[in-house]
Design a protein around this ligand. Structure first.
Ligand SMILES: [Zn+2]
Length: 217
């Protein structure tokens, strides 16, 4: 073996280096997002507001199926959008107040569903979920096509909710990617317009535990 050829172990390390760097960078981004999220939620707790109360504002009552805000919140920089709503009581989880649907742009007036996020009555995240294509009539993209996308919502008004959602989805980026992959596996052979299947994948989340795991006390 001459000096210009790396040893097999060295070659393996060289192959892993960019991957390791990526993982380290992502972890640092998630720690930053976790700190931002915790700071914002502390501020909200002191002001006695939450994402739903900021969105519902002075609205009298919470109208089932209506979107909050109106029109849907679109980030003018990235084109990503979100809205919050509640389905009929029979379709809600126990403790669910309502949920977000987050989308990325897919061309003129077309959207791809990124993830759903259910909140409890205190405004804390309860679960993440994917939806079948027909649920939001989305422009479908496979989990492979979605890999590498990052929600960018901080300029979507109301911007403090947009920024909160962006930080939250950064903290849960790995879980979202996993749910998107599980969605595709579950839908294989079932069809994107099978009305018997609304939620192909979902997972419960505990934000306080996640923030602690990311070093936020
Ligand atoms: Zn919904």
């Amino acid at each position: 073996m001459n000096a210009t050829q790396p040893s097999p172990a060295g070659a393996e390390a060289a192959r892993q280096a960019p991957w390791r760097q990526h993982v380290t960078q992502q972890h640092a981004q998630q720690q930053d997002a976790a700190r931002e999220l915790a700071g914002r939620m502390l501020d909200w707790a002191q002001r006695r507001v939450s994402a739903p109360t900021l969105l519902l504002g002075a609205a009298r009552g919470f109208v089932e199926w209506a979107h909050y805000p109106q029109p849907d919140a679109i980030d003018p920089v990235s084109g990503w959008k979100f809205y919050y709503h509640a389905h009929a009581a029979s379709q809600r989880l126990y403790h669910e107040h309502g949920h977000f649907h987050v989308f990325l742009p897919a061309g003129h007036d077309l959207w791809t569903h990124w993830i759903g996020l259910t909140l409890d009555r205190r405004g804390l995240p309860l679960r993440l979920f994917t939806t079948n294509r027909w649920v939001t009539d989305e422009a479908w993209r496979s989990s492979g096509e979605l890999a590498g996308e990052h929600p960018r919502l901080r300029d979507a008004a109301p911007t403090e909710v947009g920024a909160w959602l962006e930080s939250l989805l950064c903290v849960y980026a790995d879980d979202v990617a996993q749910l998107q992959r599980e969605r595709d596996l579950r839908l294989a052979g079932r069809g994107l317009d099978d009305h018997r299947l609304r939620i192909p994948s979902q997972c419960r989340v505990n934000l306080l535990e996640r923030l602690q795991a990311l070093g936020v006390q």
